[in-house]
Design a protein around this ligand. Structure first.
Ligand code: FES
Length: 360
């Protein structure tokens, strides 16, 4: 146990600067240690006697339920991790990309489809213009699908020339759009929203969307569909089924909304505040550094907006540059390194999940 916390009886001790992963048994009660003094972390062993703390009971809802119990005892979502450990002194660990061990890790090159395959199905993919299909004003192509090993989310690239695009739909799925270049409007089931570079847009299950580009420069849009879809269903007519119970659909970049995670920053774009309850989009900034290897319980897609670096898994690494997409399966150990002194900007979609700062 990392005895890094204060010792008085009114303050929880930090048991560990990261959470504890557990797969639970349905109906079983788990007694999470709130005081941080237990020798059987993350569970209570009675060591809280004499303090103001009592264990928190959690009854597992299903067999195999995978959870991350808080180790730092600072979470606002007790007994689970909420990422609070990342901002404790010394907690956001970095890795040395030039260590002897890391120097021995081979670099994977992209294949003819632009895909550099890493461990566990993780990969880096660049857009190959020659592989895009055309329909009306758009060129489009898949970046992440079930054929790539995705289980939860798909990602499609759509490049729209001047004019109104055909209508795109993904059935009863949440669709999260990101405008990576250009400026115009996104129409969601008959309601039109102005959307410029770095805007996130939520299309609710059952709705459809199209891109209105009034400029000569193309509008570049990435569409994440959750749960995953094989392809975009195109149509010529727009349904009039906009869900007016959720009128706010566009979230723009706002430096005032940035939150820190160690030396990194992120801003939530589309999330539960505008009605997206199981899928979350964020935009992040990474300084020149390599994070220590870690995992997430969610599946993640990342689009590099600026800067460059390398994506690392257990025993491989691949270069990443602006415009590349990274697919990260659940629980795959990884580390994203920024090699650009000016930093790296990226946008991510996590599903299922609502907090991109939870790692283990
Ligand atoms: S030992 Fe920590 S709450 Fe019981």
């Amino acid at each position: 146990m990392a005895e890094t916390g204060p010792q008085d009886a009114d303050t929880p001790q930090i048991a560990r600067l990261k959470p504890y992963f557990h797969a639970l048994e349905k109906g079983k009660s788990y007694f999470w240690c709130a005081c941080g003094r237990s020798k059987s972390q993350p569970f209570c062993d009675g060591s809280h006697r004499g303090t103001r703390f009592r264990p928190i009971t959690y009854v597992a809802k299903e067999d195999g339920e995978e959870v991350l119990f808080c180790g730092c005892k600072q979470s606002c979502d007790k007994p689970f991790c909420d990422g609070a450990h990342n901002n404790l002194p010394g907690a956001y660990a970095l890795d040395d990309p030039e260590s002897a061990e890391n120097r021995a890790v081979p670099t994977v090159a992209a294949d003819a489809s632009g895909k550099a395959l890493l461990d566990g199905g993780c990969y880096v993919r660049s857009i190959q213009d020659r592989l895009l299909k055309s329909r009306g004003t758009v060129k489009f192509g898949p970046m992440i699908t079930a054929a790539d090993g995705a289980k939860f989310q798909s990602l499609f690239y759509i490049e729209a020339a001047r004019g109104a695009s055909p209508v795109a739909a993904f059935g009863e799925r949440d669709v999260i759009l990101f405008v990576s270049a250009g400026k115009g409007a996104i129409e969601v089931s008959g309601r039109r929203f102005a959307a410029g570079e770095n805007a996130g847009v939520h299309v609710r299950p059952g709705e459809a969307f199209r891109i209105h580009n009034d400029a000569d420069a193309p509008m570049k849009v990435f569409a994440a569909a959750c749960p995953l879809a094989d392809d975009i269903a195109w149509a010529e007519t727009m349904p009039a089924n906009f869900d007016a119970a959720h009128p706010d659909r566009v979230v723009a970049l706002d430096p005032a909304m940035r939150v820190s995670m160690g030396a990194r920053f992120f801003q939530l774009l589309v999330d539960k505040r505008i009605g997206s309850t199981v899928v979350t989009q964020f935009i992040g900034e990474i300084p020149l550094s390599k994070a220590a290897p870690h995992r997430h319980l969610y599946e993640e897609s990342l689009l590099v907006l600026s800067g460059g670096g390398r994506m690392w898994t257990d025993g491989r690494k691949a270069a990443v540059a602006a415009g590349d997409v990274i697919f990260l399966p659940r629980k795959q150990i990884h580390s994203l390194e920024c090699t650009d002194p000016a930093g790296m900007m990226l946008v991510g979609v996590i599903y299922p999940g609502d907090n991109p700062s939870i790692n283990y």
